[in-house]
Every structure is written in C-alpha cells, then in structure tokens.
Write a protein that binds this ligand. Structure first.
Ligand code: DSN
Length: 426
C-alpha cells in the first residue's frame, strides 16, 4: 500500500510515545486493537443521515446492522430503554440533549467548572453558557464534597429547567436520589453526565444514575475504553412534557425529540465507522474481562491515593471512590502548570487542574488530576501504583534537577517496557 510517509512517521512517533510513557490523564485509555482497527474501516465512506431503518440515503443496510448492534449492546450494558450512539463526542451529546429539552435562555444548573465541572455544563465560553442562563453549585471548602445544600438553594431560587450532575475532576460518588428530590422540588429535569465513571457504573462498581436521572450522557473513550465518541441514554422513555404532537395527533416520545436533536438538530452524517467500533467496545464491556479490568481500576486508584497521602500530598476530599484523584499542590509549593510540564519531560503524562477555591489562574492552577484507567489497561497493579507515585514524587520534590529528571526518564522507560502496548503493530 502506498502510504503518506510524512504522516505515518508522525503516527509511529505517537505510538512510541504512548508505549514508553506513563499515561495518567484521567480521561484517556487504550482501546483494544479490534476497536482501533474497526475505526479504519470502509464505513467511513458511507453517508447515513437518519437512523437504522429510516435513512435519507440508499445502501445503508450494513451500517444499519452495526448501528443497531451498538444500540442494543449499550442498552444491555446499562440495562436502559433508550440509546442514541451517534454523538461524535461527549460535548455533542450534551449539546443535543440540551437542544431537545431547552429553549435558548432557559435556566440550567451545573457544577462550576472551577470546582471540577465541565465546559458543557454552563461555562460562559461554551455553547451551554452562551445559549442558556447558567447557574452553578460547587463543592464544600472543608470537605471537597458536592454542596447539595447549595444545589438545593440555587434550584429553589432559580427554578432551572435542567440540573446537571457529573464532573471531569470529582473523585466521589453522586447522590442521584437527593439530586432528583431537589429537581422535583424545582420542576427540573436531571441529566447525569457520566463521561468519566461510565465504565465503573456499567460494571456496577459505582451507583447507577438511571433510576433517578431522566437523561444520561457519556463519552465512550474514557473508562468505557471504546473509540472516541458520545452517547445519550434514558433508563425509561417518556411522553414529552411539552405537549408536542406528531401528525397523527399522538404525544411525542422523548426519545424521538432526542433523536431529532442529534440529527438533524446538531449533527449531519453519523460516523458509521466509529459506530462500528463502538459496537465492538460495547460487546467488550459485556465480558467478564471488562469487569475484572474495572475492579482493578478501582483497586489501583485506591492504592495510588494511599501512596500519595503517605507522601503528604493533599487529595481533594481526602481520597477517591472512582478512577481519579485531584491533588492540591499548594503545600508542596508547586503550581499545576510546572508539575505537568516537568513530569511531561519524564514521560509521565497528566494534566494541571484547578482545585476548588483555587487562587491561581486556569492556565497555571494549583493542582494536578491523576487517573488510572490507561495504566490499568497496560496491566499495572497496586504495587506499580506505589512505584508511579514514587517517580512523580522524586520529580516534584526536586523539580529543577536535571539529574533526577534523567534518572526518572530511564526508570519510566524500563517500567513501561514491562507492559507492552499494541505489539501486533510492529
Ligand atoms: N477533556 C475531558 C477530560 O479530560 O475530562 C472532558 O471533556
């Protein structure tokens, strides 16, 4: 095959980077080879606007099969009644869901970005904060836990149409029952964005939001370990409360409104090659191996948190219930930015992150976010977590030392050499 050498050489370098580094970005993972290879299949050539059995183009019989398989499998994974597997990303899933149930100017209530929330939960620089009237709750300063009292107070005062729970940098369980009670009191819908802990919810290691939340959105590439993409789910479909009727005068179902909000509302042709890869990943989630993997994610996160605490690192909320932890570096006198940049040089990849009540700008930050899904996929276990924390600590405690940096670089490479990644690609 004729290959664009310039691009393929760069891709090779990226493979080498992934192989030799310690990947601690909490939102990243390594797909199986079959998931990755399915993304490079002929379905990328196909236009398929619409849904299985009701498309705007001919020749959709096979993409119908894979998309239906993806829908059926993810419904089985979460034991839910409705799934849309077309969103190109988590942000697209959230945009479509909001388009389905809100009008511009409607009030929404989400976790503040600076407290661990997500851009699409109302940030002023995002569509969600520009199109909708966004209000926020935070976490308690003393405990680092979601401030449900504040959520309730803001909900009572503002009467939002949608309350969003879920975060990108929050390490604790959510009280979905309590959130639903607050929402019922305010007359709001509840959406759980489970992009981060989805794999742990799928394997019933964390609480399920489906009983209490009207809508659930997620990415597919974090703890779910699928291809890059998004999904929208509902535990139970329901008649839309806006009184919309179809042409025969029947009340419209919510699922129909959401489907329409994805296509034609916010997207055109679905990425059917990625949807095929989603179907494969969702099949993998249904296996015992994935449950074993997810249990190891939790054990590794616990081991890592313990190792950090032993070395006097301040984990927000004191620990973790899921796959990640947020570390406040102020007692170590290092900014998140400096930590990220220096660790990067040692091939330890993570991201700087604002901590609640941070006094530094989002470009500098006082913290780092650390997650274990990717290194767990590499095969690492609890004892490796202590080694990883030790490597991080040696860099951070002597942050300007090139001798330590060089030494750790070598140790990182040796360590990761023990955990091969995609050997089939050689
Ligand atoms: N960028 C993702 C994360 O790192 O959590 C969220 O969209």
């Amino acid at each position: 095959m004729q290959k664009d050498k310039e691009v393929f050489d760069i891709i090779k370098k990226e493979l080498e980077r992934q192989r030799t580094g310690i990947e601690l970005i909490a939102s990243e993972n390594f797909t199986s080879l079959q998931v990755m290879q399915a993304m490079g299949n002929v379905m990328t050539n196909k236009y398929a606007e619409g849904y299985p059995g009701r498309r705007y183009y001919g020749g959709c019989e096979f993409v119908d099969e894979t998309e239906q398989l993806a829908i059926d499998r993810i419904k089985q994974v979460f034991k839910c009644d409705y799934a849309n597997v077309q969103p190109h990303s988590g942000a697209q899933a959230n945009a479509a869901l909001m388009l389905a149930i809100l009008k511009p100017g409607d009030k929404i209530l989400g976790l503040d970005l600076s407290m661990g929330g997500h851009l699409t939960h109302g940030s002023p620089v995002n569509f969600s904060g520009k199109l909708y009237d966004a209000h926020f709750y935070g976490v308690e300063k003393e405990t680092g836990l979601v401030n449900y009292k504040q959520m309730e107070e803001v909900a009572e005062k503002e009467k939002p149409k949608l309350i969003i729970c879920g975060a990108s940098a929050y390490s604790r369980e959510w009280d979905y029952k309590r959130i639903r009670t607050i929402a019922d009191g305010a007359g709001a819908f509840v959406m759980a964005d489970i992009a981060h802990p989805a794999g742990l919810i799928a394997t019933e290691l964390l609480d399920s939001p489906f009983e209490y939340c009207h809508f659930v959105t997620s990415t597919t590439h974090k703890t779910l370990r699928g291809p890059r993409g998004g999904i929208i789910l509902m535990g139970k479909d329901f008649e839309n409360p806006f009184g919309l009727k179809d042409m025969k005068g029947n009340a419209r179902m919510m699922s129909n409104l959401i489907d329409m909000a994805v296509f034609p509302g916010t997207q055109g042709g679905p990425l059917e090659h990625v949807i095929a890869a989603k179907a494969i990943a969702f099949g993998e989630i249904l296996t015992d191996d994935f449950t074993i993997y997810s249990k190891q994610v939790l054990q590794n996160a616990q081991a890592m948190a313990t190792a950090f605490v032993k070395k006097d690192y301040h984990i927000i909320s004191g620990g973790t219930d899921n796959h990640l932890m947020l570390i406040d570096l102020r007692n170590k006198n290092i900014s998140g930015k400096k930590a990220q940049e220096t660790l990067d040089k040692a091939h330890i990849t993570l991201n700087k992150n604002a901590v609640p009540y941070d006094d530094k700008s989002p470009f500098v930050t006082s913290g780092i976010r650390v997650g274990v899904p990717a290194i767990t996929t590499r095969g690492m276990k609890e004892n490796d977590m202590e080694t990883v924390v030790d490597l991080i600590d040696r860099i951070l405690m002597d942050i300007d030392s090139s001798t330590i940096l060089e030494k750790v670089q070598g140790e990182v490479k040796d360590l990761m050499g023990q955990y091969p990644l995609y050997p089939e690609l050689d």
